[in-house]
Design a protein around this ligand. Structure first.
Ligand code: PSU
Ligand code: MN
Length: 308
């Protein structure tokens, strides 16, 4: 059972999220592109279920966001989550086409950018994911810069990730975030993490050591009238890390394959993620799941701190 929200926008809260909203409980948004385009089945479903459980264990409520048959869902029940995890051919939605999918009654998964739009529309302030999109390597030729970065600059949601994958140009990604006025805060470490690895080799612009300090930083931004999102980078736990030098070999191969296959536009990120999954014999998936779980925990702690 879900409840319609607006007579105009086809948007539905899950019962659990509707109840959390009514009592002012902390809520954590989750994206769905990571489920449909980021990981293969059944690992994707396993991951989606476990992050939801972790968020509940921390005293917050999970809200996985997706468009199903033209309805923007804020929170998916178990049956819908299971169907989505096995859906072939779901659209990959960003700012440009989120409304298109709703208007045309399509089914699509939300990227970081589209999830931020849905979360903001639903009044959700914190969102957990794995890695954000960014400036691709050779962007000076391809102009391939993820709409996630623009969204972070304009939409007031705190996004917890594990840094950026080295399939991207991480220095350029950080430069764009700085230019657009997006705070980049690494949790409990002075170095910016690179998804599977704790160290990208780059210093983090900002560092904070507790969920309360992150919540307080956001409160002061609000008081100052500085709008837009903020990026929290949460390094993968040491036990689950894959060293940077090791990943770099696979990444180089995946990038070569993408060039050979002339992959461009929206397909680039999913292509590279799938390639890396196969190149590492699925080993990257274990790390991927561990870091999303780690981010879900921190995001829930921040959401709890924000309502305290
Ligand atoms: N990076 C990852 N894993 C992902 C994605 C990015 O390490 O699953 C997904 C996210 O949904 C992100 C999107 O918002 O890819 C970015 O796609 P693009 O580069 O096309 O903007
Ligand atoms: Mn792109």
């Amino acid at each position: 059972m879900t409840r319609p929200v607006s007579p105009l926008l086809p948007m539905q809260y899950s019962d659990e999220v509707a109840a959390a909203k009514a009592r002012g409980a902390p809520i954590v948004a989750l994206e769905s592109t990571i489920i449909t385009h980021g990981m293969p089945y059944p690992g994707n479903l396993e991951m989606a279920r476990s992050v939801e459980r972790i968020i509940r264990e921390q005293g917050a409520v999970p809200a996985t966001i997706a468009v199903i048959d033209g309805v923007l869902h804020i929170g998916l029940d178990e049956a819908r989550l299971e169907v989505l995890a096995q859906t072939q051919g779901a659209m990959k939605l960003s700012r440009a086409d989120l409304a298109f999918a709703i208007a045309e009654r399509r089914t699509g998964a939300t990227t970081v950018a589209a999830t931020m739009i849905g979360a903001a529309r639903a009044g959700i302030k914190v969102f957990a994911t794995g890695g954000i999109g960014g400036v691709h390597r050779k962007a000076e030729e391809t102009f391939d810069i993820s709409a996630d970065l623009d969204e972070l600059s304009r939409t007031g949601v705190i996004v917890v990730c594990a840094g950026a994958k080295a399939i991207l140009d991480i220095p350029k990604t950080l430069e764009v975030l700085e230019t657009r006025g997006v705070p980049v805060v690494t949790y409990d470490s002075p170095v910016f993490p690179a998804f599977w690895s704790r160290d990208s080799g780059l210093k983090s612009p900002l560092t904070l050591n507790s969920p309360a300090a992150i919540a307080n930083f956001q409160t002061v931004r609000d008081q100052l009238g500085v709008d837009g999102g903020m990026l929290i980078a949460n390094p993968v736990p040491e036990a689950d890390e894959i060293p940077r030098e090791e990943m770099e070999i696979y990444i180089a191969r995946a990038l070569d394959n993408a060039e050979r296959d002339e992959i461009a536009g929206k397909s680039v990120t999913p292509y590279l993620l799938d390639n890396l999954f196969h190149l590492t014999d699925g080993r990257s998936l274990k790390t991927n799941i561990a870091l999303v779980e780690n981010n879900a925990r921190l995001a829930a702690e921040i959401a709890v701190a924000l309502v305290d």
